[in-house]
Design a protein around this ligand. Structure first.
Ligand SMILES: C[S@@+](CC[C@H](N)C(=O)[O-])C[C@H]1O[C@@H](n2cnc3c(N)ncnc32)[C@H](O)[C@@H]1O
Length: 334
């Protein structure tokens, strides 16, 4: 008599059971909480929750099997983020998790991880200022997308007294274009070495309406501007999703955020050679983060480069808030 292996049928309850199992653990719920607006590698999560890497890998596997986290390869590292809710229980679980505060020590360790990322970026620009242009040209230099960016900018039609803010101007190559189009231009960079290059450019081109500031785009307060420009900077920021909230604050109501960025890629050498913290971004992620920050996605242009990289030029508008009505409602103009 031959013995047959038992038939393993798919049970419709399996997915729900995996979700309940994954959700039945306080640490895993806190991991989901930490991933609400960020993505972390397994080592970062092990550091944040003060447990070993293999323990954290186990928890992430359970969360992934339940469809609660999705992965993204960033060079040699795998980054985890929340998956989009696939059902009502999943959505309700995330809603409830978001009501809970993360333990103080976990928040402190998340801040440490963010600082470590930011330090890598700052150190790179401090070291590389002398060879800045060569570094930029390795992937995507301004000449490759300047005209398309200007087409996007000029279609926006700002008023004659409008102001512009460029974040991370690098050697200031885009500042002459902004200075020609806006009454007042502010450029802020957290690298003294890069600001020095930008300052030399402003002096050489006689840009009298440009003010340069040494400041961190994510931490330092700054008055809002009608047009905020960010060229090839987001992939150097420690917390890109969170950065959108700060960027949205920097855009005046009715104003615009213009962003030039790399599309998601797998060229991990860019981390070492160009100090990139992130290997580009998915188009949908940028739109989702911007929308969550109260911005409205507008026109976008995509430019393929001969070296295989692709650039995304994105416009996000900040709606003008309507004044409160006597019924107490607030809304936004379409
Ligand atoms: C790759 S360079 C881009 C320079 C220029 N926008 C371009 O496209 O040629 C990134 C710039 O962003 C600056 N930067 C990085 N993180 C920053 C931060 N948190 N706040 C302000 N500037 C930052 C760097 O110092 C550097 O000048």
């Amino acid at each position: 008599m031959t013995l047959r292996a038992p038939q393993l049928d798919f049970d419709p309850c399996d997915e729900l059971a995996a979700l309940c199992k994954a959700g039945g653990d306080a640490l895993r719920l806190n991991v989901l909480r930490a991933l609400s607006n960020d993505s972390f590698g397994v080592l970062e999560l092990a550091q944040i929750f003060a447990i070993g890497q293999s323990g954290m890998s186990h928890h992430l596997k359970v969360l992934a099997q339940a469809g609660l986290v999705a992965t993204r390869r960033e060079g040699n590292a795998i980054f985890y983020r929340r998956a989009l809710p696939g059902g009502r229980l999943h959505a309700a679980l995330l809603d409830d998790i978001d009501e809970l505060p993360l333990p103080g020590e976990v928040q402190a360790r998340i801040a440490t991880v963010h600082q470590q990322r930011a330090t890598v970026s700052r150190d790179f620009f401090a070291r590389m200022a002398a060879s800045f242009q060569a570094q930029q040209d390795l992937i995507a230099g301004l000449p490759q997308y300047r005209d398309s960016l200007l087409a996007l900018l000029d279609a926006l039609q700002f008023t004659p007294d409008a102001s512009a803010l460029e974040i991370g101007p690098g050697d200031g190559a885009f500042l002459p274009e902004l200075a020609r189009r806006f009454t007042r231009v502010t450029a802020l960079d957290n690298s003294p070495a890069m600001l020095e290059l930008a300052s030399q450019r402003c002096a050489a081109e006689g840009l009298a309406n440009v003010e340069l500031k040494l400041a961190d785009a994510l931490q330092d307060e700054q008055p809002p501007a009608d047009c905020v420009v960010l060229n090839m900077v987001l992939h150097h920021l420690a917390t890109p999703a969170e950065a959108f909230r700060q960027l949205a604050r920097l855009v005046a109501p009715g104003g615009s955020l213009l962003l030039s960025e790399l599309c998601s890629h797998d060229q991990s050498w860019a981390r070492e050679a160009c100090g990139d913290l992130w290997l580009g971004f998915e188009q949908d992620d940028l739109a989702r983060w911007a929308t969550a920050a109260g911005l409205v996605p507008g026109e976008s242009l995509y430019i393929g480069l001969k070296n295989g990289f692709q650039i995304q030029l994105r416009h996000f508008a900040k709606p003008i808030m309507r004044p409160a009505t006597r019924y107490g409602t607030q809304g936004t103009h379409p």
